[in-house]
Write a protein that binds this ligand. Structure first.
Ligand code: UDP
Ligand code: MG
Length: 335
């Protein structure tokens, strides 16, 4: 087998604090792999700037002039981690034999990248990085994440537990992944659906090297909700079941009330009436909300809007390692 061209895709949203450290650490990983004859020397790092409002893009651009491994893709606006990732994967896969995705904050252990590539040589198309322990995450993040995986498993969504978006995929696996055209992207749910020989590599998750999590609680809840409703109709079934149970319950309660009436023990009935109004009302609102969630999803999907737009691509424009950045379109705009 020829030495594969590897591209490491790194989505970056306001990551100026970590960028230089990340690119230098990943550069030495690439150098090591090239020296070990595991990958081609045309391998690259592709930093995807997801509409950062800080200096991230400036840094990527400067580094791409100074470091032959560094390339960048600037998205036209912030589209979120998953969309930024697919933008990078699609761009990278055109010239790469295998692609690794990793977060910019290097919470994932980059030393296992070598093992990823070895597994690729062993013939695996997908290599999942799996966290052994989550000691460095906050207690809150740890428990909510664990609860989430358990819940997902219960409602029948196949995820690789404790695997985030740190993985290697071969070009053919990526090409299959790209056929999933949904706008509501939840990659860690989609990748296992692709199939192909796959394996796991375990590692310890570390602290962010600098900066703050770009996933505030609101985004986290949204992400979890998307994950569930994109892959399962279990929540709708649950509402149906709840409605069914409450109908049976009301029938029994109604029967009891009629019998009591016949024997003359008529209740004033206000309490039970109020409770049942609230109960039924609550169930109805819950049901409408969940169904609305799915209709919203369908609405988003049928529009078939693009998942991202590329503003500047300093990955594909040049075949060689030397290119003239002053020729790029966006320089004309910036002047
Ligand atoms: N990210 C992104 N777009 C966003 C939010 C995050 O590209 O809208 C990137 C971010 O720069 C990082 C990765 O996604 O490389 C994961 O984010 P973060 O480390 O903040 O998430 P956490 O590890 O806290 O879940
Ligand atoms: Mg992180």
């Amino acid at each position: 087998m020829n030495k594969p061209i590897l591209t490491i895709v790194v989505p970056c949203f306001n990551e100026e604090e970590v960028f230089l450290e990340t690119s230098s650490q990943l550069t030495s990983i690439l150098n090591g792999l090239i020296n070990d004859n595991l990958i081609s020397d045309e391998s690259k790092l592709l930093f995807v700037d997801d509409g950062s409002r800080d200096n991230t893009w400036q840094l990527i651009q400067n580094e791409s002039l100074a470091n032959k491994f560094v390339r960048g893709l600037k998205l036209a606006k912030n589209v979120g981690h998953q969309n930024a990732l697919i933008a990078g994967l699609e761009t990278a896969s055109k010239v790469s034999d295998c692609v690794i995705s990793i977060d910019a904050d290097l919470q994932d252990d980059i030393t296992v990248i070598k093992t990823f590539v070895e597994r690729y040589w062993d013939g695996f198309d997908i290599v999942y990085g799996v966290r052994d322990s989550r000691d460095t995450d906050t207690y809150f993040k740890r428990t909510t994440a664990l609860g989430f995986y358990n819940f997902m498993e219960k409602i029948g969504i196949k995820l690789v537990p404790n695997h985030a978006d740190f993985r290697l995929m071969s070009r053919r696996a990526l090409n299959e992944l790209f056929k999933y055209k949904e706008s509501n992207l939840f990659l860690r749910g989609l990748v296992p659906l692709v199939g192909f020989p796959s394996t796991k590599v375990y590692y310890d998750r570390k602290e962010r090297i600098a900066g703050e999590s770009k996933y505030p609680i609101k985004k986290m809840v949204g992400f979890a909700f998307d994950g569930i409703t994109s892959f399962s109709i279990a929540p709708i079934r649950f509402v149906t079941l709840l409605g069914f149970l409450s109908v049976i319950f009301s029938a029994i309660a109604g029967g009891a009330a009629v019998i009591q009436n016949i024997f003359g023990h008529t209740e004033s009935g206000w309490t039970s009436l109020m409770i049942s109004i609230f109960f039924i009302g609550g169930i109805q609102l819950l049901g409408i909300g969940i169904i609305g969630e799915y209709i919203g999803k369908i609405y988003k999907e049928v529009k078939r809007r693009p998942r991202y737009a590329i503003e500047t691509d300093i990955f594909s424009i040049q075949g060689t390692d030397n290119f003239d950045i002053s020729n790029l379109d966006y320089n004309r705009v910036k002047q």
